[in-house]
Design a protein around this ligand. Structure first.
Ligand code: SF4
Ligand code: FES
Length: 250
C-alpha cells in the first residue's frame, strides 16, 4: 500500500511528492504509517504528533484532501472509501497531484498556513486569532468560598464548544479562510461564543470583540468546519447565534 506524501523544505522552489510503500496491517493509522516511513524508509520526513489519542490536536493534516487527525484516521477504511467526507470546494485543497484513492493515501499539510517543512505548518496565524478573542475565563466573583455551581442545562450548552482541541482542521477546511486570510476562523469564533454563554462570566461585551468584518460577519455558513471537526464542535451554530444576538441589539 502506498502513501503519497507532500515534501517541502526551505529553499525549494516547488514542493514535491514522494511515494512510500508501507506495510498494510489491521488498525494501522495514517500516523502509524508516517512513523513506519520515518523509522524504516526516510528519517527526514517531518510531521507533528504527541498524544496519539485525539487529544492534543497536533497531528491534523490533509488526508485525501480532507483535514483530519492522522492519529485517528485508519488506512483500511480510507482505502475502502468508508471515511469519505464531502466538502464544499475551497482554495487550498484543489487538485495537486493525481492519486488513486483505492490503492494509495495522499498526505499533505493543512491549507491556509505556511509550510515549514513537509507536513508541518506554521500555526502562528491560527493562534494569533485564537488569542485575539481573549480565551480567558473572567469570573464575576474572584474568590468564591466553594466551587461555582452551574445549571446542568448551561453546562450542556457549553459542552458543545469546550471539547475543541485546537487542531485547526476547521481552519484548514474553511473556504472563507482561503479567500480572506484575515478571517478569525471557526475555532476562534466558537471559543469566543463559549465564553460569552458561560453564566459565570463577568464580561457581557465579549461578542463585540468579533463584531468586525473579519469576525462573525465573514462566515458564509458553508459548514466544512463541522464536517471535519474531530470533536463535532459546531462553529456555524455559534456564529449564527452571535449574529442574531448582535443584530437584536442594533
Ligand atoms: S473546532 Fe474542531 S476542527 Fe476546529 S480546532 Fe476545534 S477541534 Fe479542531
Ligand atoms: S497525536 Fe494528538 S491529536 Fe493526534
Amino acid at each position: 500500500m502506498k502513501l503519497k506524501v507532500y515534501r517541502y523544505q526551505e529553499g525549494m522552489e516547488y514542493p514535491e511528492y514522494d511515494s512510500f510503500e508501507v506495510e498494510r496491517e489491521p488498525g494501522l493509522t495514517v500516523l502509524g504509517a508516517l512513523l513506519q516511513i520515518q523509522e524504516q524508509l526516510d528519517d527526514s520526513l517531518s510531521f507533528r504528533y504527541s498524544c496519539r489519542g485525539a487529544v492534543c490536536g497536533t497531528c491534523a493534516m490533509l488526508i485525501n484532501k480532507v483535514p483530519a487527525l492522522a492519529c485517528r484516521t485508519q488506512i483500511e477504511p480510507l482505502l475502502k472509501g468508508d471515511l469519505q467526507v464531502s466538502l464544499f470546494p475551497y482554495p487550498g485543497a484543489e487538485e495537486t497531484v493525481p492519486w488513486d484513492a483505492k490503492k494509495e493515501v495522499l498526505i499533505e499539510p493543512l491549507p491556509h498556513m505556511a509550510v515549514i517543512k513537509d507536513l508541518m505548518v506554521d500555526m502562528d496565524k491560527f493562534f494569533e486569532y485564537y488569542h485575539f478573542i481573549q480565551p480567558v475565563f473572567k469570573p464575576s466573583d474572584i474568590n468564591p468560598e466553594k466551587e461555582r455551581l452551574m445549571d446542568p442545562q448551561d453546562v450542556k450548552k457549553l459542552e458543545e464548544y469546550t471539547s475543541c482541541i485546537l487542531c485547526a482542521a476547521c481552519f484548514g477546511a474553511c473556504p472563507v479562510e482561503g479567500e480572506n486570510p484575515e478571517y478569525l476562523g471557526p475555532a476562534a469564533l466558537a471559543k469566543l461564543y463559549r465564553f460569552h454563554i458561560d453564566p459565570r462570566e463577568e464580561d457581557t461585551s465579549r461578542l463585540k470583540i468579533a463584531d468586525i468584518p473579519p469576525g462573525w460577519w465573514a462566515c458564509d455558513s458553508i459548514g466544512n468546519c463541522l464536517r471535519v471537526c474531530p470533536k463535532k464542535v459546531p462553529p456555524i451554530k455559534a456564529i449564527n447565534l452571535a449574529r442574531e444576538e448582535l443584530n437584536e441589539k442594533k
